[in-house]
Write a protein of this length. Structure first.
Length: 443
């Protein structure tokens, strides 16, 4: 089948590439001309395991192509995906300007029936808005062309996006049009061979499903962080508690890790957007508000510890920082806890020597040149002449460091671990003062 995808970010590029790899003919459209030129030259704008080679193979095979021309994209296929950003507006609600701009563009250029598929995360009611806009533009063109608007939220995880897209847990389709549902079933048939992963529902339920999923995951994290803060004050170890509760199959071991807060482009904005949706209909969403408040508080936990240890004024102090991306296996730093940590350290006068396996360029792009930030080529280089080590992201590469040499390199044998990577007994045996999250006697 022929498919067009508007937006070649994490979702659009990965979805387009995976659809192409299954044999569809995919055209990816982006308004960022530099990005399109780069992609045509084999320069992939994001780090995502497995993506680069898949893009290159499918471009070489003629299954995947890129354009900055919306007109060309609209002409290419009946199926038109919208996979552009939906950043938070000033009040936290999802800003639909990019989604509606694509809808307008499709309506302006279409010369035949289109199935418009909304893959961006959008508030309940957005499909209706897209429909109304497309109808309005078609009416202004005196056109009687038909179209369907489908909701097909994306559940991929950054860092495992290709795998998630190739083997989705579920494919949610929100539509009541028999034609659109059959087109979507045919499109996703290659991903559906092992067992039926398709869940077809009405559009509004589909739109809410995406928010409910992300808000549930964010709630799990904030709940565990709340327990970690309690554990710390009660002399308990949250890692023991985690194992104790995870063994209950109703709870499970997944996604119950305490830490220095969640970040990324999705959880913070989606929790805020659902709070806004609730507020806009006069419903006070007490759980979601607490989830957000707890997360904001959690991002300050590490720096509070640093200041308890070294004092509020950190002038003259240097900290090695391991992990900048909001989670491992990505270079995405949107809303990353490491940014809150770094900025708070700078505010208190400290210097940061940072290392991340993938997010160094992104850090440079965000912060530019500054005297209080040194980007280091290895995790070991970041330790040199640093007063202590702070860990913000749980990259595999950080899990088993050489503690002897770490101790010799740091000025003080102190580790602030925002991801509970180490066994406190082992680290203390090496002679470190070890601060982790929710581990009893660590404060
Ligand atoms: P992104 O910011 O990485 O990419 C968006 C792309 O859209 C950019 O390249 C931008 O230039 C392009 N764009 C903007 N306006 C355009 C237009 N008019 N025409 C063509 N291209 C245009 O965003 P993302 O992370 O891929 O997220 C996209 C959507 O998917 C969001 O709603 C997000 O919430 C949702 N989502 C994201 C993830 C994730 O892990 N990143 C997962 C699931 C869902």
């Amino acid at each position: 089948m022929k498919v067009t995808i508007f937006g070649t970010g994490y979702v659009g590029l990965v979805t387009g590439t995976c659809l192409a790899d299954m044999g569809h003919h995919v055209m990816c459209v982006d308004i960022d001309e530099q990005k399109i030129t780069n992609l045509r030259n084999g320069v992939i704008p994001i780090y995502e395991p497995g993506l680069e080679s898949l893009v290159k193979t499918n471009v070489a095979n003629g299954q995947l192509c890129f354009t900055a021309s919306a007109e060309e994209g609209v002409a290419h296929a009946e199926i038109q995906f919208i996979a552009v950003g939906t950043p938070p507006d000033e009040d936290g609600s999802a800003d639909l300007k990019y989604v509606l701009a694509v809808a307008r563009s499709i309506a302006s250029h279409m010369q035949s029936h289109k199935v418009i598929v909304n893959k961006s995360t959008v508030p309940v009611g957005t499909a209706d808005k897209v429909s109304a806009l497309v109808s309005q533009v078609l009416a202004a063109r005196s056109s009687t062309l038909g179209f369907d608007v489908v909701s097909n939220p994306e559940f991929l995880k950054e860092g495992a996006a290709v795998n998630d897209c190739m083997k989705p847990d579920r494919i949610v389709i929100g539509s009541q049009s028999a034609h659109a549902i059959s087109v979507m079933k045919e499109l996703y048939a290659p991903f559906n061979r092992n067992h039926d992963r398709m869940i077809v529902m009405d559009v509004r339920s589909s739109e809410l499903t995406k928010y409910a999923a992300n808000c549930m995951l964010a709630t799990k994290i904030s709940f565990m962080n709340e327990m970690a803060n309690l554990a710390e004050r009660l002399g308990a170890d949250i890692e023991q508690v985690r194992l104790g509760i995870g063994s209950d199959p109703r709870i499970g071991y997944h996604f119950i890790y305490p830490g220095c807060g969640y970040g990324g482009s999705c959880f913070p904005k989606d929790v805020q957007a659902l709070i806004q949706t609730a507020d806009s209909i006069g419903f006070d969403s007490a759980i979601l508000k607490a989830v957000e408040t707890i997360n904001e508080r959690q991002k300050s936990v590490l720096v509070n510890r640093v200041q308890q240890h070294f004092g509020a004024d950190l002038h003259g102090k240097t900290f090695a920082l391991w992990g900048l991306s909001f989670k491992p296996n990505t270079d995405d730093m949107r809303e990353a806890p490491a940014r809150v940590v770094m900025e708070a350290l700078w505010l208190a006068g400290a210097k940061v020597q940072a290392f991340d396996p993938e997010a160094m360029e992104e850090t440079q792009r965000i912060y530019g040149q500054r005297a209080d930030l040194v980007l280091c080529g290895t995790k070991e280089a970041a330790l040199k002449d640093a007063d202590a080590l702070i860990i913000c992201t749980e990259w595999k590469n950080f899990r088993a460091p050489d503690f002897d040499s770490l101790k010799q390199t740091l000025r003080h044998a102190v580790i602030f671990d925002g991801r509970n990577l180490y066994d406190p007994d082992v680290v203390r045996r090496y002679g470190f003062t070890y601060y982790a999250i929710g581990r009893g006697d660590s404060i």
